[in-house]
Design a binder for this molecule. Structure first.
Ligand SMILES: NC(=O)c1ccc[n+]([C@@H]2O[C@H](COP(=O)([O-])OP(=O)(O)OC[C@H]3O[C@@H](n4cnc5c(N)ncnc54)[C@H](OP(=O)(O)O)[C@@H]3O)[C@@H](O)[C@H]2O)c1
Length: 248
C-alpha cells in the first residue's frame, strides 16, 4: 500500500519544472494527479509521460478555475492535496520602467490566480487535506529589478498564512515552500538567451553556500512531505525554505 493511494492531488503548472517533478513523486507514491497548464500540447505530453490527468487551464482565469472545480467535483468529489505551483517571473526591470501589462500578468498568475484557485477549490477540501503554495525566497528579499515578482510572492505568503488560520478549524493544513535558485525552464521562459542564462546560473552558483543550484526533485520531496499527514500533520502556516543557504 503506497502512502497516497486513493488520494487526489492537483498540481497547477504540472507540465514542467517543479510541478512536473512533484506530480511524478506523488504518482510514484500512489496518488491520482491532475496537472494543469496553459499549453495544451505540453500538458498532454507531460500527462502521458507521468500517467497524470491533463487539464488545460490558465491559473489567472477565474473561468478556468471554475471549470477545474466542476470537473474535480464531478469525477472525484474532493481534493486531498492541492499544490498551487504555477508561476512566472515576468520581465526583469526597475520599478521606474515597469509596464502595466507585465505587472498585471505576473500579479494575475502568481497572486490573484493562486488566491482564487484556493478560494474556489476550498469547498472540495476536507479534514486531512493539505494545501501547498509554491512561493520563493524572493518573497522576503528585495533585489533590484524584480519588484513585481517579489511582491507577488510576498502577497502569496500573506494569503497562505491567513488561509492556514481560517482552515485550521477544519483540520486542513496550508503551507508554503520557498525555493532559492532551482534548475528549471523558468528563466528561459522569461526571455533570457542561452549565454545570459549560463552566466546567471554561474553567478548564482558562486553565491550559494552549497555551490550548486537546487533540483526540481529536491523540491518535490518537500511537497510529498507536506502532503503527508502522518509526518507533517502538526505543521501549518509554515514556510519551508530550500535554497542551499543563499539567504543566510
Ligand atoms: N526555478 C526557480 O528557481 C524557482 C525559485 C523559486 C520559486 N519558483 C516558483 O516555482 C514555481 C514553478 O516554477 P518552475 O521553476 O518549475 O518553472 P517552469 O518550469 O517554468 O514551470 C512553471 C509551470 O507553471 C505553468 N504556468 C505558468 N503560468 C501559468 C498559468 N497562467 N496557468 C497555468 N499554468 C501556468 C507552466 O505551464 P504553461 O507554460 O504551459 O502554462 C509550467 O508548467 C513558480 O511559481 C515559480 O515562481 C521557482
Amino acid at each position: 500500500m503506497k502512502k497516497f493511494n486513493n488520494k487526489l492531488a492537483i498540481v497547477t503548472g504540472g507540465n514542467s519544472g517543479i510541478g512536473y517533478a512533484a506530480a511524478k513523486e506523488l504518482i510514484a507514491q500512489g496518488a491520482n494527479v491532475i496537472i494543469t497548464g496553459r499549453r495544451k500540447e505540453a500538458v498532454e505530453k507531460a500527462a502521458a509521460e507521468l500517467g497524470a490527468i491533463p487539464f488545460i487551464a490558465d491559473q489567472s482565469s477565474l473561468e478556468d478555475i471554475e471549470l477545474l472545480k466542476s470537473e474535480v467535483e464531478r469525477q472525484f468529489g474532493k481534493i486531498d492535496i492541492l499544490f498551487i505551483n504555477a508561476g512566472v517571473t515576468g520581465s526583469i526591470m526597475p520599478i521606474e520602467n515597469m509596464d502595466v501589462e507585465n505587472f498585471d500578468q505576473v500579479m494575475n498568475i502568481n497572486f490573484r490566480g493562486a488566491y482564487f484557485t484556493l478560494s474556489k477549490l476550498t469547498p472540495l477540501l476536507y479534514e486531512g487535506s493539505s494545501v501547498i503554495f509554491l512561493s520563493s525566497i524572493v518573497a522576503s528579499t528585495y533585489k533590484p529589478n524584480s519588484s513585481v515578482y517579489q511582491a507577488s510572492k510576498a502577497a502569496l505568503n500573506s494569503i497562505a498564512k491567513t488561509a492556514a488560520a481560517e482552515l485550521a478549524p477544519k483540520k486542513i493544513r496550508v503551507n508554503m515552500i520557498s525555493p532559492g535558485p532551482i534548475q528549471t525552464e523558468i528563466m528561459s521562459k522569461a526571455g533570457l538567451d542561452k549565454e545570459t542564462l549560463k552566466n546567471l546560473n554561474n553567478n548564482l552558483t558562486a553565491q550559494i553556500p552549497l555551490k550548486k543550484m537546487g533540483t526540481a526533485e529536491e523540491v518535490a520531496q518537500l511537497v510529498t512531505y507536506l502532503a503527508d499527514n502522518s509526518i507533517s500533520g502538526f505543521i501549518t502556516g509554515t514556510e519551508i525554505v530550500i535554497d542551499g543557504g543563499i539567504t543566510l
